[in-house]
Design a protein. Sequence first.
Length: 96
Amino acid sequence: MAFCPYCGKEVSPQAVSCPNCGHPLRTPEVAKLSESVSGWWWLLPIFMAWVGGLITYVVFKDRNARAAKKMLVLGIVMSAVFYLVTLAIFAVLFRL
């Protein structure tokens, strides 16, 4: 449990304002940024490339904007990696 810096009463760590004195403890924007993202969601952009990155971005953009952008970038990067690996395989197979 946490304590209100204004009145000293005990408050929930997720509280946006103190239930005793009403002072804001954190803004809703900060609360949205602090929501955690399950590690399983990071597998979607890894295995589905840009499509997975786009899906995770749409799902998390309102809950955790920072993680949503990182997952979108990961999906785009994985697309480039898949493309380069495929190109290298074809170059070796067909001696391009």
